[in-house]
Design a protein around this ligand. Structure first.
Ligand code: BMP
Length: 212
């Protein structure tokens, strides 16, 4: 277990596959979101799952039926997990978890986002969203590496059963070692790896920092 998830926000297939292959020894999974899928189509997920498990970061935030349709597409493409929002409510989240259970895949729920604006609206609801993730049977939550103290707070609420995946390391100023110490299971890292002259070395450095 490497505790590292690559956020592959490059927008073209060639770079995506090159970088994914270069870092495959160091990452446990690859997070793919709108930048790459809008650039190359959902078929890029089918290619990437040959290299590492893919978490589809579509921040799903719609009515239950639309959420269901999105999850079905994503899991049929081979993704091992999906990231959803929680503020749309329990029925929407239930819909995602139901599809994930049918496919044997994971749902991660955003509790509080890592950028400065992430405190404006999320802060008052982050704890409630974390509790809802537990009650709904989600696999884990997304919590900010830029605020390790919040990761600690969220960990207290979700206990040990759910995972915490944590973006905001490197380009956004967070430290991998600090957020792992605060209770995160995995860090999610994008620009510090894919913009590096040597993505493999950059990934290895982050792994070393976490002693993994
Ligand atoms: P980077 O390491 O380049 O900052 O990338 C972080 C990744 O995690 C991006 O894909 C971003 O969309 C995502 N992310 C985040 O940064 N903060 C959050 O709160 C939730 C995210 O999904």
């Amino acid at each position: 277990k490497n505790r590292l998830i690559l956020a592959l926000d490059v927008t073209d297939r060639e770079n995506a596959l090159r970088i994914a292959n270069e870092v495959s020894d160091y990452v446990d999974s690859i997070k793919v979101g709108y930048p790459l899928v809008l650039g190359e189509g959902l078929s890029i997920v089918k290619e990437l799952v040959e290299i590492a498990p893919v978490i589809a970061d579509f921040k799903v935030a719609d009515i239950p039926n639309t959420d269901r349709l999105i999850c079905e597409h994503v899991f049929n493409a081979g993704a091992a997990g999906i990231i959803t929002h929680g503020f749309t409510g329990r029925d929407s989240l239930d819909s995602c978890v139901k599809v994930a259970n049918e496919f044997g895949t994971d749902v991660y729920v955003v509790t509080e986002m890592s950028h400065p604006g992430g405190v404006e609206f999320f802060r008052p609801v982050a704890e409630d969203i974390a509790s809802m993730a537990v009650e709904a049977g989600a696999s884990g939550v997304v919590a900010p590496a830029t605020r390790p103290e919040r990761v600690k707070d969220i960990r207290k609420i979700i206990g040990e059963e759910l995972s915490i995946i944590s973006p905001g390391v490197g380009a956004q100023g967070g430290s991998a070692a600090d957020v792992i110490r605060a209770g995160a299971d995995w860090v999610i890292v994008g620009r510090s790896i894919y913009n590096s002259d040597s993505p493999a070395e950059a990934a290895k450095k982050i792994c070393d920092e976490m002693n993994c």
